[in-house]
Design a protein around this ligand. Structure first.
Ligand SMILES: Nc1nc2c(c(=O)[nH]1)N(C=O)[C@@H](CNc1ccc(C(=O)N[C@@H](CCC(=O)O)C(=O)O)cc1)CN2
Ligand SMILES: Nc1nc2c(ncn2[C@@H]2O[C@H](COP(=O)(O)OP(=O)(O)OP(=O)(O)O)[C@@H](O)[C@H]2O)c(=O)[nH]1
Ligand SMILES: [Mg+2]
Length: 444
């Protein structure tokens, strides 16, 4: 792919910093920067070198800078690329950007450098998306998963899956060319074995999405209990922050209150809910509906009860807990009532901040053995295509079973191939690229 224009953008965050980086990439990158630069000639600089000099506006010196020179194809984008490292003053940054634009540079849109890297074959789509995830990663687990995907393990796996299928698709299509003659190049038993094998490999990828997504967005933890059990006090204690309103009036929390916390490198979303009880109050009743929804959506559920009150009504709710959810029974207010009332309960005092660290430990341990690999799916777009590829493979199997004609068989195989190809971008449309790269920051 050959881009005609040369783009520029500030790659560092806005505001004052020690330094700032302005990135320039495209066929004219070297001559455009050279036109505002005084120092050793950039045109004669070798790739992967740094040149010292000044950015100038005519005779006027704008800043003392270092320019890193990357020569096509050995750069992030695969084009000639330069990075001007200036002093981190917003005034200087604006000035240098203005000079570059005056010389003919175009300010880059979001993700345009990475998009060029993709279109020049430096990265595939999964890796480009991993770059965005890496920037957004705010926990160790999310960072590790994104970095794994940047390394390309998932992409290689997909390429292998596609290869075998392409082989069969072409054999089946070859049969079509022979029309009336009843030939079978593609052995139906082999094809069936291949499809089953592919499905065996795709299934765990699909299944990894739930954890993969939670690793990125945070595992939802719902705090459920009767009014006044101390749910909001517990949220505040967990966050170590005065986040939710606490009073001794039953029915204080009306709406869902949510905040994230990283425990042992894993991100959790703690959800404080309205205390569940029978009520005539319309607003409170709506809040309770939301509590029940939060219970449904959670990965972990804390059943919190007041030590002096008992937990009977929570036993009625226990039937709602699904197998994929983890339930903790947590007894609160142990500062005023010491007696143990339930086996296996976790004892805390939210107000006195007793037992909070132990509770956090149990929470993080309950998801710690979810190993992420380079083939953990974290992206809903990948999940969607894998699910559709899987179902197209189902259709191939059904077709083989009922002995449908080669052209229908070929169609379903092609559909599966299409979905696998869209993940890495082997097959991509302008809309798709716009959608993906439009979410990046400018300068990336
Ligand atoms: N200053 C700076 N830091 C950065 C980046 C950058 O573009 N500039 N990156 C941007 O995301 C990341 C590093 N990623 C990069 C990936 C490839 C190449 C590159 O030039 N690749 C060439 C040359 C490799 C070599 O010399 O061995 C190549 O692959 O051919 C550069 C950065 C993070 N840090
Ligand atoms: N003694 C004692 N009191 C507590 C403890 N935790 C919370 N409380 C008190 O219990 C009362 C209710 O606390 P909240 O955190 O508002 O209870 P909630 O479960 O959020 O109540 P709703 O929002 O109404 O559902 C407040 O007066 C808290 O100070 C505790 O560990 N020990
Ligand atoms: Mg509350």
């Amino acid at each position: 792919m050959n881009f005609q224009d040369t783009i520029c953008a500030v790659a560092t965050p806005p505001g004052v910093g020690a330094l700032a980086i302005i990135r320039v990439s495209g066929p004219e990158a070297i001559s455009l920067v050279d036109a505002v630069f005084k120092g050793k000639s950039l045109k004669h600089a070798e790739g992967n070198t740094i040149v010292y000099g000044h950015i100038v506006d005519g005779e006027k010196v704008v800043d003392e800078v270092l320019v890193s020179v990357f020569r096509n194809p050995r750069s992030f984008t695969g084009e000639d690329s330069l990075e001007i490292s200036t002093h981190g003053s917003p005034f200087i940054i604006r000035y240098v950007m203005k000079l570059l634009v005056q010389k003919g540079c175009r300010p880059a849109g979001p993700g345009e450098f990475t998009q060029r890297a993709f279109l020049n074959g430096r990265l595939d789509l999964v890796q480009a998306e991993a770059v965005a995830d890496l920037i957004a990663a705010d926990s160790e687990a999310a960072h590790k998963t994104a970095l794994n995907q940047l390394r390309g393990g998932f992409s290689r796996k997909l390429a292998i899956l596609r290869e075998d299928l392409i082989h069969f698709a072409s054999l089946v299509e070859l049969e079509l060319d022979f029309g009336e003659e009843d030939v079978e190049f593609a052995d139906r038993d082999d094809l069936k074995a291949l499809i089953l094998n592919l499905q065996d490999q795709i299934r765990p990828l699909i299944q990894s999405f739930e954890s993969g997504n939670a690793i990125k967005e945070g595992f939802p933890v719902a705090i459920i209990g009767a009014p006044n059990a101390g749910k909001s006090t517990l949220l505040n204690a967990l966050l170590n922050e005065d986040r939710a309103i606490v009073t001794d009036i039953a029915g204080t929390t009306r709406d869902i209150i949510e905040d994230t916390l990283i425990i042992d490198g894993i991100k959790f979303r703690f959800i404080d809910t309205a205390g569940i009880r029978e009520t005539e109050d319309l607003i409170e009743a709506m809040g309770i509906e939301r509590s029940k929804k939060a219970l449904q959506d959670a990965r972990l559920v804390l059943f919190l009860y007041d030590s002096t009150q008992g937990y009977e009504f929570l036993q009625d709710l226990q039937g709602l807990i699904r197998e994929d959810q983890t339930l903790f029974w947590v007894r609160n207010k142990t500062d005023i009532d010491e007696s143990s009332i339930r086996e296996g309960e976790i004892r805390i005092s939210a107000r006195a901040q007793v037992g909070i660290e132990a509770l956090k430990k149990q929470i993080s341990q309950s998801v710690a053995d979810l190993k992420t690999t380079d083939t953990t799916i974290t992206n809903v777009r990948h999940f969607d295509h894998l699910t559709k590829a899987y179902s197209a493979l189902d259709d191939v199997l059904t077709g083989l079973h009922s002995g449908i004609t080669g052209d229908f068989l070929a169609q379903d195989i092609r559909l599966a191939l299409h979905h696998l190809g869209e993940i890495t971008g082997t097959i991509s449309t302008d809309d798709l690229l716009k959608n993906i790269f439009g979410k990046f920051c400018i300068g990336k």
